[in-house]
Write a protein that binds this ligand. Sequence first.
Ligand code: SAM
Length: 215
Amino acid sequence: MAEPPGPTEWGGDGHGVGPWSGPPPDDPRYDPALLRDGDSRNVVDAYRYWTREAIIADIDTRRHPLHVAIENFGNDANIGGVVRTANAFAVDTVHIVGRRRWNRRGAMVTDRYQRLCHHDTTAGLLGFAAEAGLTVVAVDNVPGAVRVEEVSLPRECLLIFGAEGPGITEDAKTGAALAVSIAQFGSTRSINASVAAGIVMHAWIRQHADLSRAW
Ligand SMILES: C[S@@+](CC[C@H](N)C(=O)[O-])C[C@H]1O[C@@H](n2cnc3c(N)ncnc32)[C@H](O)[C@@H]1O
């Protein structure tokens, strides 16, 4: 027998849910227009028909003490993917260092629900981390990096990822308490930065998240 849809499946036709059936709920988290017209947004079922503000307020109660930064000194198409994954894992904040402009397409609208913060320089980012009491972990396959598969990641943590091409900056390397790398076995020197970010964020989730709160 076919399994019923799970909590992250977007309704039968893959495009969300139709208008609310029955008397509308008396709860300010619900958006009258969505109740009337249906909700085709890419949100988990628990947030169906909720206003964006109500969703953000709820995620704010679920956020992890994990921050993620990506150095954007080139023209990095990976940032959208990093933001989307960070949203999925209820990361506290995604920090973008360097260029303010980035291609939002890969974020698939998740940037509307994710705290984002810009820093002109890596030094500025490191200053923020010190003030916030976050342990900085540089992520790159550089000499001295320890295997993320074998290391305990700090709970109050800022992960820094580098740009495609140059990788993490000298400032990120020297400012971090430790550097971690993802074990590779093939011919390529490195993997896509957004994929790397997903792997390391998930390593943190495996070590620190309360899975009873996952959808
Ligand atoms: C394409 S890599 C660039 C640099 C890389 N150091 C090199 O030797 O070519 C871009 C970013 O992806 C992440 N990354 C890619 N592969 C990684 C790996 N095996 N371990 C850790 N981070 C990785 C890092 O954050 C890195 O700065």
